[in-house]
Design a protein around this ligand. Structure first.
Ligand SMILES: NC(=O)c1ccc[n+]([C@@H]2O[C@H](COP(=O)([O-])OP(=O)(O)OC[C@H]3O[C@@H](n4cnc5c(N)ncnc54)[C@H](OP(=O)(O)O)[C@@H]3O)[C@@H](O)[C@H]2O)c1
Length: 398
């Protein structure tokens, strides 16, 4: 489209006293969709009547189900409240297109809502300010927070998986490991089960519920024979389990192949004249794995391929060589570390990031300040790649 014909970006109306508090409640409601909303964003909403009294609230429970605004309007109506002339507060710009459900802008207009206040714009190209514009054009007062508002930062971090996929056109990536306080992910003899406590391990299972897919290198698949399954029952469906395995060393008897759920093996082209390769591929396929040959299972190629399959979020659980490859290629968005109350030591015991690492400090990825939580005797730490959060801010107009 000729840029001169692009509609001007909508402008926010004023934020009033009490708006932020209501938006903070919307974000709290949104987080109830932590394990169900994907691939959609987590969204929470509340409705106030024409006199400003809160009369309903709701959140987006699962993809394909009603959006938060529709849930909130329904809860107000079922309580017998009159919503016409009222306001709706919502954590994300209302959608304005027909997806699996009709547009929320239509639901708001049909309900006679006169004011809509949101935390931030939706960078999804099918919305991208269009929801705000449609409401304003219909005479609704619309306001949203300035990008430097602390609530915007919290909302962006909550929906980082959805937003990264929209912006970067690849899955959102978490690098995860468990280490001793002295930074070892295994002993010098390769023993790593279990460095973390049962409480630390249950946090790791929560991470699996937040991601669509989980990835390990062939080294970990051989050394630990992990199942890589979801076990909490919080999130429906099996997680896609991925092994990077250029030499096709994964054993057909591996536990991940005997557990229910898909297993995908990314391999490379192999060496010319290796006649056993076809046989190993056939054996792994017979054992239930999908084997895909890439030019090279490098971080960028793997992420591109997974994006093509609609994978929104990827949890990388090791080992050191694979974590190091994704880290040094800046192919990650978040780091999640369980720091166990234990000391391992030993110059030969591996740290979390193998490979060549960075040689120049200036080139190392900067991370945002840690969030930390105590789980049993362990401390769990999460942090975003600084660049990732800056991209999220830019996408919502910051
Ligand atoms: N504490 C923890 O959180 C934790 C978690 C996981 C593992 N571990 C421990 O870590 C150890 C295994 O780690 P590891 O470093 O030896 O193995 P790894 O990172 O799991 O696997 C490395 C192998 O992956 C294959 N690979 C394929 N594509 C790759 C790519 N793009 N980049 C890097 N590797 C690629 C390579 O073999 P090919 O060339 O044959 O493809 C490589 O040798 C075990 O002792 C395990 O117990 C600890």
């Amino acid at each position: 489209m000729d840029p001169a014909q692009c509609p001007a970006p909508p402008k926010s109306g004023p934020i009033r006293d009490g708006d932020r508090q209501r938006l903070a409640r919307c974000l709290e409601l949104a987080l109830n969709g932590r394990f169900g909303a994907a691939p959609n964003p987590m969204v929470g909403a509340l409705v106030c009547d024409a006199r400003g009294r809160q009369v309903g609230e709701g959140f987006h429970r699962e993809a394909g189900g009603p959006h938060a605004e529709v849930e909130a309007l329904a809860s107000a109506r079922s309580a017998g409240a009159e919503v016409a002339g009222g306001s709706v507060f919502v954590s994300l710009e209302p959608c304005c297109f027909h997806g699996k459900t009709p547009p929320c802008t239509a639901a708001l207009l049909n309900a006679g809502i006169e004011r809509v206040v949101a935390i931030h714009r939706d960078p999804n190209p099918r919305v991208a300010g269009g929801g705000f514009r449609q409401l304003q054009e219909a005479g609704v007062e619309v306001a949203w927070l300035a990008a430097d508002d602390p609530l915007v930062s919290r909302a962006l971090q909550a929906n980082w998986r959805f937003l990264v996929q929209q912006i970067a056109q690849r899955p959102a990536v978490t690098l995860k490991w468990a280490m001793s306080l002295d930074g070892r992910i295994a002993t010098s003899t390769g023993e790593s089960q279990w460095i973390s406590s049962p409480e630390g391990r249950s946090w790791a299972l929560e991470l699996r519920d937040e991601h669509d897919a989980i990835l390990v290198g062939s080294g970990t698949a051989l050394a630990d024979d992990p199942r890589l399954t979801r076990r909490s029952g919080r999130r429906k469906g099996a997680i896609l389990r991925i092994v990077l395995d250029r030499r096709l060393r994964l054993r057909p008897t591996a536990r991940m192949l005997t557990e229910k759920g898909p297993v995908l093996v990314y391999t490379g082209p192999g060496t010319p004249g290796d006649s056993t390769r076809d046989a190993r591929t056939a054996t792994l396929r017979a054992a239930g794995a999908e084997v895909i040959q890439l030019e090279d299972p490098s971080p960028a190629t793997v992420l591109r391929h997974l994006h093509g399959r609609g994978i929104q979020s990827l949890l990388i659980e090791g080992g050191a060589e694979v974590l190091g490859a994704f880290a040094t290629n800046h192919a990650f968005d978040r780091v999640a570390v369980c720091c166990a109350a234990r000391l391992i030591g030993g110059a030969q015991a591996p740290g979390p990031l193998g490979g060549r690492g960075f040689e120049i400090l200036e080139q190392t990825p900067r991370l945002t300040p840690f969030s930390s939580e105590i789980r049993g005797p362990d401390m769990v730490l999460t942090s975003f790649r600084d660049r990732c959060l800056r991209d999220l801010y830019e996408s919502v107009g910051g």
